[in-house]
Design a protein around this ligand. Structure first.
Ligand code: FE
Length: 207
């Protein structure tokens, strides 16, 4: 099964499985609330979009950009990310368990939770649907190079791929490499290059 599915609800007619029970329950509740005029589904979509794409990943992207421009900060982040986050006033939502792993010329890191969907919500927001899918969770540990290629990330054979399996006590932030040619960008401009997927390890920052 192809894991990189962006369609609403994370599936299409070709995927024969029903959505999970919690997803069905949420849909039923949302439908009732909309019918009774208590909520507006466009407002719900906007709120989810905020947490998935705006608030969460922007915090992580700011941290990555700071690490790219401040060697002392980067060293502290790699040594004890949870302490760095605490010093920045970021707490709760898994912030206390964050571990930063650095991509290098020879190592690429990618994060999964094979058991469920543990994720550093405090700095990345809500996980994407595919992160929680059975296909991603089971396949990225067995054939990471192939799964990454399906995301459009084709890594040369000489690059070692390290797959980090998260738990409720260990949530990983991938520190990607600063893109070549970004020397003139300031921290804010650099942060704009860092997407959520770059910090999960299924993409690389691009100029
Ligand atoms: Fe989990």
């Amino acid at each position: 099964m192809h894991v990189h599915d962006h369609s609403p609800g994370g599936g299409s007619a070709s995927h024969s499985l029903l959505p999970s029970e919690p997803a069905l329950r949420v849909k039923a509740i949302e439908t009732l609330l909309v019918e009774k005029g208590l909520i507006d589904s466009a407002a719900v979509d906007a709120i989810v979009d905020q947490f998935e794409n705006k608030i969460g990943p922007k915090i992580g992207a700011g941290i990555v950009a700071k690490a790219w421009t401040d060697p002392g900060f980067k060293q502290a982040l790699l040594e004890d990310a949870a302490k760095v986050l605490a010093d920045l006033g970021i707490s709760g939502l898994g912030a206390e368990q964050v571990i930063a792993v650095e991509n290098t010329e020879t190592i690429h890191n990618v994060v999964v939770c094979t058991l469920c969907s543990c994720y550093p919500w405090a700095i990345l927001g809500l996980p994407p649907g595919w992160y929680k899918s059975d296909a991603y969770r089971s396949r990225v540990v067995r054939e990471p190079r192939k799964v990454l290629a399906e995301f459009g990330l084709e890594l040369p054979e000489e690059i070692e791929i390290r797959v980090w399996d998260s738990t409720s006590e260990m949530r990983y932030l991938v520190l990607p490499r600063r893109p070549k040619g970004s020397d003139r960008l300031n921290e804010t401009q650099l942060a704009a290059l860092v997407t959520r997927d770059c910090m999960i390890g299924t993409a690389l920052p691009r100029l």
